[in-house]
Ligand binder design. Sequence first.
Ligand code: ATP
Ligand code: LTN
Length: 325
Amino acid sequence: MATVFSGVQPSGDYHLGNYLGAFKNWVAVQHENEAFFCVVDLHALTLDIDPSELRERTLDLAVTLLAVGLDPEVVTLFVQSHVPEHPRLAWLLECTATVGELNRMVQFKEKSSGRETVRAGLYTYPVLMAADVLLYQADQVPVGDDQRQHLELMRDLAVRFNNRYGRTFTVPEAVVPKVAARVMDLQQPGRKMSKSIDSPLGTVGLLDAPKDIERKVRRAVTDTDGRVRYDPEAKPGVSNLLELLSAATGVSVEEAAARYDGYGDLKRDVAEALISLLAPIRQRTAELRADLGEVERILTAGADRAHKVASVTYERAAKAVGLFS
Ligand code: ATP
Ligand code: LTN
């Protein structure tokens, strides 16, 4: 049995990219592994977010994660700020990472570009992420493709810390799905679907009504060549639709491509598949929102379990670097 850890920021409306790139794969591994899933509210503070909105979104993200199928009987679902060892270990790891390494992080460059002021926390964000995972001695981190570079840094930090202070951390690896690891925006198929970019027609929300899903897929940008073929370089829009169909139905992208002569039929089936995929999530979200007390109880129990594991690792790391106790 492996230990699995992953996290998501409570910073917006969740979309198909989050679901297919991450959440769905969390649900798939929960029963065979020891799994920790975390609502990373401290990470959400790296960008501008209204305090009352953060509070609300934190609980609502827990609702979403339960609605997609995480089973609180088998996973540890918790809020990052409820376990104080996360920022404490992050400091020890900030003193392990170098400025040169952090300067190379592509997501920092993307998220900071064009902003007048950039929070220091956005810069050290990947180090807090490393602390999240290393505290639980996780072997595997299921994430979307955009997190690969952060995972590489995390591995480097774990190895460096272990070499410098003695073996303390398991060195984790990224687990990225074979299809839909990078779901693209339906309107701009050259960029990933994202909750931090305003593209209402290009983003399919997990809670979108069937008629909105149908409309967004029908208006998805394709190309003028007219042939259905999987070729992400030359045909990003069509290839994205094929990946969505493949991820939603289980057929391979090539098999899916061979079934269609034109874009109209492909779009009709993609819309249909996504509507059936998301319908149960919508329904379950409504049920859970009606019993937030139960969701809060799940998070309290989760924090308790997480804290027990995290405190053992933190104490070991603190002792290893020579903190007096
Ligand atoms: P966003 O860019 O949408 O604001 P993010 O990458 O900053 O999202 P999270 O929402 O915390 O941050 O990501 C949660 C998980 O969803 C991560 O594992 C991430 O890799 C995955 N993910 C996000 N967008 C996509 C996408 N378009 N395709 C596949 N996976 C994605
Ligand atoms: N940076 C991640 C969210 C995240 C995470 C983690 C993912 C924070 N801590 C630990 C995996 C493991 C993102 O998706 N933007």
